[in-house]
Design a protein around this ligand. Sequence first.
Ligand code: NAD
Length: 498
Amino acid sequence: MTDTATLYIDGAWVPASDGGTRDIRCPADGELVGAVSEATTADVEKPTPAARGASDGGEWVAVPAPERGDFLLRVAAGLRERKAEFALAETLDTGKRLVESEIDIDDIANCFTYFGKLAGLDAGRIVDAANQAVVSRIEYEPVGVCGLIAPWNYPLLQAAWKIAPALAAGNSFILKPSELTPHTAILMMRLLHDLGLPRGIANLVLGAGDVAGAPLSSHPDVDMVSFTGGLETGKKIAAAAAATVKKVALELGGKNPNVIFADADFDAAVDNALNGAFVHSGQVCSAGARIIVEASIAERFVDELVRRANLIRLGGPFDHNAETGPLISAAHRDKVTAYVAKGVAEGARVRCGGTWGDGELEKGFYYLPTILDRVQRGMSVVVDEAFGPVVTVETFETEDEAVATANDTVYGLAGAVWTQDAGRGQRMSRRLRHGTIWINDYHPYLPQAEWGGFGQSGVGRELGPTGLAEYQEAKHIYQNTEPAVTGWFTEAKDAAIL
Ligand code: NAD
């Protein structure tokens, strides 16, 4: 796919103003996928008046909310029709297996379906003003122009969690996907265009974060910035957005505990610990990167986990034997390599992995599933997000100790508890300070259930009714149907002041 007019601004496809392009290469083998436009900062300024005009012009917000919902249902149908094209593009950009991209596209269509059905269900509320002459009501209006900044691990899925509610609520938006994975965002704009979304409502800029992303968090005409990505980038965005007091939604990283009690279903807990840590080679914000296992079963549990991890088959997107794929880039693999080396220097023991893939795997950015034990709270591998196939093992003796260990993180995105004691499962779910708690499962999410983090995992929620509310402003409309003189200020010049 080589098309260097890939910025979508005010309903038209345009190249970068300086003709700049970026080559996109598949992380599985380094092959060129295509070249896309690389926006300059000036290019990112261009869609802002278009989005502002489209928002203030009211063409989209004037569409009744249920009809905006119908449009989203057509987007969902379009995604299902074009699934093969979208899935292939996602796979080539990320290196993930085609089957995983196909699941992602189904999930994206489901997300549009959910917000399509939600649009218009809540038309606001009547407030009892305790005055028969007053009509007081709350209406939910769009925030306005939304800057949407997305990461590379689930490129279109993370963007869809923003695009669908933003459109459902009647906003215009400027999307900035990761510079590493732009192709499905381009396809999404084509789909919105083909389905007749009014011009200026959806806009796409492509390029590096500091050039094409940063202006979205500082521009005075962007009303809200919704970001999914790393903690350090999130802090920069929040700081830049503060200058114009923008609404900010942040979905950041995680260092997610997977707590396994001795009474858990052993085989299910091992299998799901493997999934939690190594699906998509650990490049998942909610990855179960900290296994916290009851000491009495720890040795047996870790031995089995290591045995299973050594069996995981790595391979490219079209390798039917492969179970997971490469890391996103050489730079990211270097980061993971350095992360493991630091952990080892601090005293961690490598039980398996800890190295790159060899043979055929040398063509891509593969890193072997890695298990580290002999770690302690406070060590860098226990504190920092690896965002790769690396899991640490800690142990506990009591429920209180399990809670304290699992909550000992600046993050708070997700966590799991494995136990056959239903009471303990519920107790733990209340005591863990994370945005999603799985009991006897790992990783599933639902479009109708809120997603987001406690602590430094973010601000706000995506999905669910709250995920729509993020893109709305509540407006209070107060009408006095019997206006009268208040008498607060007197007209008499010589009246006494009480
Ligand atoms: P990243 O922070 O490097 O980049 C994310 C996006 O921000 C990219 O589009 C990038 O170009 C842009 N960006 C970079 N610098 C910017 C700046 N100064 N101003 C504006 N935009 C800027 O993150 P990544 O490496 O793409 O993604 C991995 C991270 O995302 C991990 O930390 C992961 O946990 C997190 N993540 C979180 C969730 C969640 O739901 N909480 C989901 C997926 C990924």
